[in-house]
Design a protein around this ligand. Structure first.
Ligand SMILES: Cc1cc2nc3c(=O)[nH]c(=O)nc-3n(C[C@H](O)[C@H](O)[C@H](O)COP(=O)(O)OP(=O)(O)OC[C@H]3O[C@@H](n4cnc5c(N)ncnc54)[C@H](O)[C@@H]3O)c2cc1C
Length: 577
């Protein structure tokens, strides 16, 4: 007799446990649907767990607390301006309407908590731009997760300090002022002591911040909502019955399991950043830089959707969230990649030059705009250059501000150092005369406060990212006093963005515009509502969680079931085909 294949029934099966998958699962379960999340890797959380945990949500309720206001009309005007010919009105309107609703829903009914911040939109000069649309996630005590804590994808060590102490947006200012302000000293000391104790007791930090806190909060909420969560379980195929997606084929512990999805399958497998072949096909300079996405994110959801007739969109404004990256090999030969999102290149005492020794961009621009300038000019390698004072005050990539030591980064070659700009040009292999002239001109701009070439510090974004104590321009400071340091920057990405075509309810659609019954895609498995434009911090997680919420609401509304019937049907068996 043929070996039996275990079969199990749920209402909804979610492929992937990032912010998209978990949000959809929580909402579906709370609407009374029996819900399974299958996660391929050993950890829950995907890219979301190593992210900044910021969500771009125009009109969010937290803006009022900061004395800010917003309107749907302004948000739509801004999205229309930033996406131009790619403007997708139905999706933009669905997002702007449902974003604040999703946040309210999660804050009212789950463990998810956000906080507002005075973060400007990235293209603040465009009509409808605003400040305060980016929400940040409140820190979270990982111990509340119980046994799930060890299955939460750890945050990236390189974005913290002391090999694993996580630094939230609310902490960064204190850590950098630790030697200058008694308040910051005591704040930082308190956090450090807790971390030291956590390391002894739990082997890792339990105070979670940013995306790690977001996923931990979602994970706990999913458990409480009765979602079933399976790790090390990859979705390898979809079950199509007469044109309707009716379930998935999973691989788990070497076994194949069929799981029926009475209502829908939601693809949330986080795009393809770990698939070099797909990066090459879809992204500029894929071989020059790196993706920070975890190894499990290799395009499975997109391929599964394509096999059922879904359309993988390749033409967008951008197909990734770009960021300049630096990297080094650690003592074990492991490549450590650092994304230069904030703190160094925007701050006084730093400039960036290309291989000819010339500046090419407003260094304080958003990571998206900065890398687009690299792509547009064919710059595969650039140099971030800073003074000793700047690096000790603000940090420079992996080398953190004083009092943390930087000797290790000099020893392994990550940081280059020279006493003069001419000597540094020699070390970097740049034309000394050009680099000296570039720095001379830049110093003149720093003194006057006006960057006549790239207008750094004049736009809202680079001004806010600068150092408010620095005059006359918060972003410009001269590079006069050595020694000087340099780090090589490459164009890389935080996440792939292009994915399957979906409608405003996150249903996957075919080339002819018809819906594939029972199949939804959210997060970066779905093509982005903003077509790769990046309106502000959190422009991936904001729509990811909003369309996940909409997908679950739509599934529940289409197929109302009694909450009491929400438990999974018992395991049954059927003979293999
Ligand atoms: C350092 C960094 C900072 C960032 N900061 C921000 C930010 O602050 N705001 C923002 O908006 N964006 C940010 N991003 C980007 C953002 O994190 C991602 O775009 C987003 O998390 C994608 O979410 P997702 O749910 O689609 O996928 P993910 O969170 O990547 O989750 C997908 C999951 O699916 C699993 N999976 C894959 N294939 C299968 C399969 N076949 N079966 C089962 N499971 C599978 C994966 O293992 C993974 O766990 C950042 C990214 C990085 C790297």
């Amino acid at each position: 007799m043929a070996e039996a294949i275990p079969v199990r029934d749920y209402d909804v099966v979610v492929v992937g446990s990032g912010a998209g998958g978990l949000t959809a699962a929580i909402v579906a379960a709370q609407q009374g649907l029996a819900t399974l999340v299958a996660e391929k890797t050993e950890y829950f959380g995907g890219t979301s767990a190593i992210s900044g945990g910021g969500l771009w949500i125009p009109g969010n309720d937290h803006m009022a607390g900061l004395g800010l206001s917003d309107s749907r009309e302004d948000a739509i005007r801004y999205l229309s301006a930033i996406t131009g010919n790619y403007f997708d009105q139905p999706k933009a309107e669905a997002f702007v309407r449902a974003g604040p609703e999703m946040v309210r829903y999660l804050e009212d009914r789950t463990e998810v908590r956000f906080m507002g911040g005075l973060i400007p939109d990235y293209e603040a000069a465009l009509p409808g731009a605003s400040t305060g649309r980016t929400l940040l996630t409140q820190s979270f005590d990982g111990k509340a997760l119980g046994p799930d804590f060890e299955h939460l994808r750890p945050a990236l060590d390189q974005l913290g300090v002391f090999g694993g102490m996580q630094i939230g947006f609310e902490d960064a200012g204190h850590f950098m002022a630790v030697l200058r302000s008694p308040k910051s000293f005591f704040y930082s000391a308190g956090k450090f002591l807790r971390y030291a104790w956590d390391r002894i007791r739990y082997g890792r930090a339990t105070r979670l911040v940013n995306g790690n806190a977001l996923v931990a909060r979602l994970l706990l909420s999913a458990r409480r909502a009765g979602v079933e969560l399976w790790r090390e379980t990859g979705v390898a195929g979809l079950i199509n019955e007469s044109g309707r997606i009716a379930g998935v084929r999973l691989t788990r512990g070497g076994e194949t399991i069929e799981v029926r999805a009475r209502r829908a399958v939601i693809l949330a497998s986080g795009g393809y950043g770990a698939n070099q072949h797909m990066r090459r096909e879809n992204m500029p300079m894929a071989d020059a830089g790196w993706s920070l996405q975890p190894t499990g994110n290799c395009g499975d959801g997109i391929r599964l959707g394509e096999r059922e007739g879904g359309v993988f969109i390749r033409e967008n404004i951008d197909n990734g969230i770009w960021a300049p990256m630096s990297s080094m090999l650690d003592a074990d030969g492991r490549r450590v990649i650092f994304s230069h999102i904030m703190l160094d290149r925007h701050r006084p005492g730093f400039i960036v030059v290309d291989g000819t020794g010339k500046r090419f961009v407003n260094e304080g621009a958003s990571y998206q705009a900065f890398c687009k300038a690299m792509h547009a000019r064919g710059i595969e390698r650039a140099w971030l250059i800073g003074t000793h004072a700047a690096i000790r005050k603000h940090s420079m990539g992996l080398a953190k501000a004083a009092p943390l030591p930087i000797g290790r980064y000099l020893a392994n070659g990550y940081l280059k150092k020279a006493d003069t700009i001419t000597a540094l040009a020699d070390v970097l292999g740049l034309p000394a005369a050009t680099l000296t002239a570039t720095v001379g001109t830049f110093n003149h701009y720093a003194d006057s406060g006006v960057d006549a070439d790239f207008h750094r510090g004049e736009d809202v974004y680079s001004s806010v990212q600068g150092d408010p104590a620095n005059k006359p321009n918060p972003s410009l400071g001269p590079l006069r006093d050595g020694p000087f340091y340099a780090i090589e920057l490459r164009p890389g990405e935080l996440s792939s963005l292009n994915g399957l075509e979906t409608d405003a309810r996150a249903q996957v659609i075919r080339q002819d515009g018809s819906v594939i019954d029972g199949l939804y895609a959210v997060g970066v498995d779905a093509n982005p509502a903003f077509r790769g434009a990046y309106p502000g911090g959190g422009a991936s997680l904001g729509p990811t969680m909003t369309f996940a919420y909409l997908a679950a609401r739509h599934i529940a509304a289409q197929h109302p079931v009694d909450a009491a019937a929400g438990a999974a049907a018992p395991l049954r068996e059927r003979p293999a085909a």
